[in-house]
Design a protein around this ligand. Sequence first.
Ligand SMILES: [Ca+2]
Ligand SMILES: [Ca+2]
Ligand SMILES: [Ca+2]
Length: 478
Amino acid sequence: MRKLLIALAALTAAALTATFGFGSSHREAPGTSQDPTADNTDTYAWTAKDAPGDITIAADWIGGEVPGSGPNFFGWDDKARYYIHIDNTGDGRPDVSYRYQFKTTVKNKDSFLYALPGASGYNDPKLNVVQRYSIVRETYHYKGKKVHVREKTIARGLPSAPPNIGPKSFPNYQVFTDGAIKQLHDGTKVFAGQRDDPFFVDLGATFDAINLRKLTGNQGQGKDDLSGMNTHAIVMQIPEKLVTKNHKAVSGPNADNAVVGVWSTTERKRFQVAGASRKRHHRQYHNGWVQVSRLGNPLVNEVVIPLGKKDQFNRTTPDRDAELYGKYVVKPELAAVLNALFNVGAPENNRTDIVQALLQGLPMLNQHKGIKGPPAVDTLKLNLGIAPSDTESRFGVIGGDNAGFPNGRRLGDDVVDIELQVVAGLLKGNKVPLGDGVDRNDKPFLSTFPYLAAPASGFDSAPSTRIEPGHAPVPVGG
Ligand SMILES: [Ca+2]
Ligand SMILES: [Ca+2]
Ligand SMILES: [Ca+2]
């Protein structure tokens, strides 16, 4: 997932090496860092104030898009399948999935330009490159280990908003945003295309001791390393009854059907994926396709899953998380790193509090009903019966605002600060005001669909930090 944060994981590995003199075993950079178009960077799920009867989901791919990267601008990969999954039973297996596939058309193959000056719409010949997509809604029925999948194409030929090249090519970029917002027959609203990257983080400060001490972590003086950068987003607003287990709207927070788990994935054809074996990496219901990336809760793959397991994590499904990765969550390396660096007294073992907060759901809030355990699965668990907050706390639930992370995830939730504090032991009474000094996105979010801010244009933006996709920092050692 978010490759920029692999830097963060690398930093912790480096810090650990420096502190303890361990040598981290050599490992090639995880597969997705070399495959940015398949790399999902963030998943969000929340109840929007202007759509209280719907679930709103945003999923981003391609991290760190520098706006001026022409003439071959960033875009979806026609050879990949992009997914948003919903689990309404709590077992970590999808019950409803939305499959997006894109097709790129170049109108004039003799031109190297993405668009000629003044392009004003998707059908304008001056827009030389257009990406259009279809959506297939998959519904799953399980009988033991067998699964029956029903597929229904719910949209075809919808345009994806192009990269925002600049005011000469696109004097009015908004027409492309507006033209990419579509209402489907079943009441679902969709958007796909380029937006501002909504994630905010100061990578440099996150593990810099001086900053943490001086700022007590969250006083807002950090530098957003993703400021000015774009991403490719799919945003959906789906009527609740289309995703709940009894196909009904949610009557309140205690309703049996109130909680759903959300995550996103990317698939490639098996022959495109080196080392993909049929046995080990499942999702066997998609013959010929193999999952290469997935993302539920933010930062799980970065700071919980060790480097040697990251590719495997990307290939497996949430229902196997407890079996394959449970031990890393109950004994997170990050807790040891925080103690080694800052002596914060983070509990290092038996972290069932983290398992519950991220993987099982909090009792009486976002835990699935009607399933024993409940199993530990990496999905974003959202209680659809909880009304949106009038005043959002960026700390979400630990800030007293139950409508935010880890009850789903809103765009403005400061998941870096929240997770640092939770790993330091907040839920066990060890309150340490850790944070990265960045408390909001560089651009305000929209109050209406598609909520993510407009993308910076290639012409007028100049990101201060240039991070190339596919060039994740390599951990030291080995
Ligand atoms: Ca399920
Ligand atoms: Ca941003
Ligand atoms: Ca922060």
